[in-house]
Structures are given as structure tokens and as C-alpha cells.
Design a binder for this molecule. Structure first.
Ligand SMILES: [Zn+2]
Length: 323
């Protein structure tokens, strides 16, 4: 999630289901990035695709060793760099905070004081948790989009939810079958419910994360249909980043969408937004999966490569050409 979402969730009293492993830590206090406390820590610096990563650990015990954690961070950085053709920011602070429990617990990304990610990691987290993790990649996708006002959080979260697994497939850390199976399972959560509104005025968790992800799926298909499958959402969002649109700046949503459309060479995202911003728009997902050539069976997912949109489905997770 990003900073504004964290603020919203905290205000709603439903922030994170964890208990800090130590009291009154400056690394967990407040809703912002603890820049000052971070800068006083010892850091490990690595570069990935032109971006410098400064990794630091808040005090506390971790079963995992630092080398494992660093390689997890590097894998996520490779995934987003593959998707965007470069690491999204020149430099990022990554703060690992040990907390009670297991697994990767919660991430937050900020840009206002320099790109920064705080990740809460369970003290008893296991290497397998890092191998399976999606959160680090999700947070790094946030680095590749300007900050926006709260009502457009759905676009930031939608892009992160949609791009994270595709980036991991393109980098070789996940298989496409898993991505489509997860989309079939979870995309229905993003459909409007009775009495609901559009993307800009529905503040449910489902709409922000999955309504946003569905918007991105529709945009990706829209770009590919309009360009004979030559360009997709990936080209559009690479264009936003190339125009300086990373998380350290704040842009109005219209500038993001217009820059994306310009980069793709076709106008898709802006009209899609205009149609979905204030009105609930129903998408008939079973028909969409059928057109993409995806069938869920008790034995698992079956791909039909003769379906009308199968070439688009295949292109969406294919490894992109560099530059
Ligand atoms: Zn997020």
C-alpha cells in the first residue's frame, strides 16, 4: 500500500494486524517514513539497473540472515526493472523492521522525503516466505507512479496489484499460469456492487485494489487491441516513468493517463477512466476469460490458444524487449 492508503486505513482503525516486537520504536511510530532514524542506521548499498538501493535493518531479532533478505530485495528490484526497463528511482531507502510473528507482514511506500519503503518482517520468517513473497515487488511498483490525491488511490493500488505478478513472470520468478489463475479468482472482487459508485467515489478495499486492477487489465487489453498487439499497458507506464513520473513527484491523474496514452500512441486509458470514474461499470468477466482463452477446470487452468484474444493474453506476460 502507499502512504495515503496507510493513512486511510489507520484512520479507519484497521491498519495492520501485528504487534511491534519492541515498544515505542521510532521505526514504527507515526504514519510517515522514519527518515531520520533510518539515516542513522548502518546501510548496505547495491545497484540494480541504474537504481541504488540502501537497505537497513531496524533493531530487533530476525531468524533470517541479512544475505537472504538482500537477495529477496534484489529479486523484487529485478522484477520491476524488467517491467519498466529500469529501476523506477535513482535511489531508494528500504527499511526492514522485525516484528513479532512469521512471514512478510506489511509494506508501505513513501516518496515525499525521497523514495522509501518500510517492510515489516516477522522475526520467525523463513526463506520460503521470501521466495513466495509478492509484497516487496508490489511496493516497488509504487515507486514507478507519481503520488496522487486520495480519491485516486485505486489507480496506484490497481497498478501495483496488476503489474506485480506480471513483472515477476517477466523476470522468471513466477509462471503465467499462476497469474491467470489468481486473476480469475480475485478479479470478481473488483466488480461494482449494488448501490456502489465509480472508481473515484467508492472507497472499499475491493474497489481500491481489485477495481483498480480490473481497470488496468481492461486498459492493457484496450492498448493491445488498438495497436494490433504491439503495445500494452507496459509501454504506457514505461512512458510515464520516462517522463519523470516516479513516486517522488505528485501529478494529477489526468497527466498520468494522458502521458500513458501518448507513450502508447493510442488514446485508451483516459476514456476508460472517464467512463469508470463516477459510474459503476460492469464487466462480464466470464466472457473476458473465454475470449482470452482461459478456462478453469477441476484439474487446473487450461489455455486455449485459438481464442480470439489469446495472442494478447500471451503477449501480456511475455518477456519484453529491452529499451
Ligand atoms: Zn500498495
Amino acid at each position: 500500500m502507499n502512504r495515503r492508503t496507510a493513512v486511510r486505513l489507520a484512520a479507519a482503525g484497521s491498519a495492520c494486524l501485528f504487534r511491534p516486537a519492541f515498544g515505542q520504536s521510532p521505526f514504527l511510530a507515526g504514519l510517515g517514513m522514519p527518515y531520520e532514524a533510518f539515516d542513522a542506521l548502518a546501510k548496505t548499498r547495491v545497484t540494480v539497473d541504474g537504481g541504488a538501493i540502501n537497505l537497513a535493518f531496524a533493531p530487533g531479532r530476525l531468524d533470517l540472515d541479512g544475505v537472504r533478505v538482500l537477495s529477496w530485495v534484489e529479486r523484487a528490484a529485478m522484477s520491476v526493472s524488467t517491467y519498466y526497463d529500469r529501476f523506477p528511482v535513482a535511489s531508494v531507502r528500504i527499511l526492514i523492521v522485525p516484528v513479532e510473528g512469521a512471514g512478510v507482514r506489511n509494506g508501505t511506500t513513501w516518496g515525499y522525503g525521497g523514495a522509501a519503503i518500510r517492510m515489516l518482517l516477522g522475526q520467525s520468517a523463513h526463506p520460503d516466505d521470501l521466495d513466495r513473497d509478492w509484497m516487496m515487488t508490489h511496493e516497488m511498483v509504487h515507486l514507478a507512479l507519481p503520488d496522487m490525491t486520495r480519491r485516486h488511490t485505486w489507480l496506484a493500488e490497481g497498478l501495483a496489484v496488476y503489474i506485480e505478478p506480471i513483472a515477476r513472470v517477466q523476470a522468471g520468478y513466477l509462471d503465467a499460469r499462476t497469474v491467470w489463475a489468481d486473476m480469475m479468482r480475485d478479479m470478481p472482487r473488483g466488480l461494482p456492487v449494488a448501490g456502489g459508485g465509480g472508481l473515484d467515489n467508492t472507497f472499499s478495499w475491493e474497489t481500491i485494489y481489485w477495481g483498480g486492477a480490473l481497470f488496468c487489465l481492461l486498459a492493457d487489453i484496450g492498448y493491445r487491441r488498438a495497436t494490433g498487439n504491439r503495445r500494452g499497458l507496459q509501454d504506457a507506464m514505461r512512458g510515464v516513468l520516462a517522463a519523470g513520473g516516479n513516486h517522488e513527484v505528485e501529478w494529477p491523474i489526468g497527466r498520468i493517463l494522458d502521458t500513458a496514452d501518448q507513450a502508447a500512441g493510442v488514446v485508451v486509458m483516459r476514456p476508460l477512466y472517464e467512463s469508470m470514474r463516477s459510474e459503476p461499470v460492469m464487466t462480464y468477466l466470464p466472457g473476458l476469460w473465454r475470449d482470452l482463452g482461459i478456462e478453469a477446470t477441476p484439474e487446473g487452468l487450461i489455455f486455449h490458444d485459438d481464442a480470439p484474444l489469446a495472442p494478447i493474453r500471451i503477449a501480456m506476460t511475455a518477456k519484453p524487449s529491452a529499451g
